[in-house]
Design a protein around this ligand. Structure first.
Ligand SMILES: [Mg+2]
Length: 213
């Protein structure tokens, strides 16, 4: 048995470090995610023929006009919920896609379980809260959004200006090494994503961020 949520609680226990129990001031103020090949396994501008127009088998699976599937990586809902439980950490996305409307539509249409509660206490990821979960658009989890072609340096400058979070307090997940330029130019902590973004990768990156001198 066991819900997905309690599986992730188990993953945190196995990892041996829980960001929710870490000093919030040591954690990043902002975690920034690329979209294509970071949150889902395709380029929305080249692999889709249109905006998503309907749901596939799940609220995180969308279809374009020809039935091409856009599916959120499995661990993303748990990752976003985990970050939302960190009191000083917000979420941003930065994408250079040439079809911002498609990406925005996808973030609006995809719905995930919201198992965190700003007013709640501990173990918000636990299965205990399961049936009370409600589905909310993925975009509701995102505090800052920069989606348009160009350089990610510009995306980050805008995110910085909007959020007032220091570059040194940003953690950035992206599948393309060339986007490490934001780390070199601005001092953002860069984490290369290789294959589906996994819950444990985010735990590991948060831990390393916390423990950096
Ligand atoms: Mg990408």
């Amino acid at each position: 048995m066991g819900s997905i949520q309690s599986d992730y609680e188990r993953e945190i226990a196995q990892f041996g470090w829980d960001p929710r129990k870490a000093d919030p001031s040591r954690l990043p103020g902002l975690v920034v995610f690329d979209l294509d090949f970071t949150l889902w396994p395709l380029w929305v501008d080249t692999h889709l023929d249109s905006e998503p127009v309907k749901y596939g088998s799940h609220t995180t699976t969308l279809l374009d006009i020809h039935g091409q599937e856009l599916k959120l990586y499995r661990d993303v809902p748990a990752i976003f919920n985990l970050i939302k439980q960190l009191p000083n950490t917000r979420i941003a996305v930065a994408s250079r896609t040439h079809t911002p409307a498609r990406a925005n539509k996808a973030l609006r249409m995809m719905k995930i379980s919201k198992v965190y509660d700003h007013d709640g206490g501990l173990s918000l990821l636990s299965g205990a809260s399961g049936p009370a979960d409600k589905l909310v658009p993925l975009e509701d989890f995102i505090d800052y959004c920069q989606i348009y072609p160009g350089s990610k340096v510009k995306h980050f400058q805008n995110i910085h200006n909007n959020s007032r979070v220091a570059y040194a307090s940003m953690l950035f997940f992206d599948d393309e090494m060339r986007n490490e330029q934001v780390a070199k130019k601005l001092g953002v902590t860069f984490r290369l994503v290789d294959g589906p973004l996994r819950f444990v990768d985010v735990l590991d990156a948060l831990k390393k961020f916390c423990q950096a001198p």
